[in-house]
Design a protein around this ligand. Sequence first.
Ligand code: URA
Length: 228
Amino acid sequence: MRRLDQLLSSLGYCSRREAQGVVKDGRVSVEGVVATRSDQRVDPHQVTLDDKPLEAPDGLLAMLHKPNGYVCTHADGEGPTIYELLPSRWLSRNPAVTSIGRLDKETSGLILITDIGPLVQRFTSPRAEVEKTYEVTVDHDLDPALVATFASGQILLRNEVKPCLPAKLEITSLLTASLTITEGRYHQVRRMFASLGWQVTALHRSSFAGHTLDGLKESQWRLLPQTS
Ligand code: URA
């Protein structure tokens, strides 16, 4: 059970003080009965605001189709951020939402967004070996021998001593391939190709931890069941 004003503010709907007005205006119901006090204790699942259940009261998990040109930081000054594409109320949640890992500014595709701290740890821990698949376009014809090279677990990135874990490369045309990796090193896909003499000219993430975009259009987001 949680205090109603605290609950509404932690889910980003309004400040605790504003909750008083929201309740006074008759916009909140608890178990179908219009609430009268903002300090009453409630089961978050029994509360509606403007006749709608509260959004993700136990923690929010969503997928976003990140367009090229957007950065995954909260900071200004590096261009538009993915947070501009999300409902502003998500940023007012406490804790606020954050991305699970990051994509480069010039990478498009699937990125998960959450306010559930342990989920971020779980998906970004190197030990978790979460599978991520990227659609890669390169600057000159791919060599079929690359499939074995990526699978070998011997690709060394510049300035690093530990080789990358084996990765699965599927060549889909002369200049395109799908690459599945289980690590998340800085600029990893671009650097893996660069170490072998290819420049990545376009990069798109099509899958992350078994999630796929499933027709989700660029700049759009979709809530996911929290357990997935
Ligand atoms: N690898 C990269 O090089 N860039 C990304 O954005 C993701 C993986």
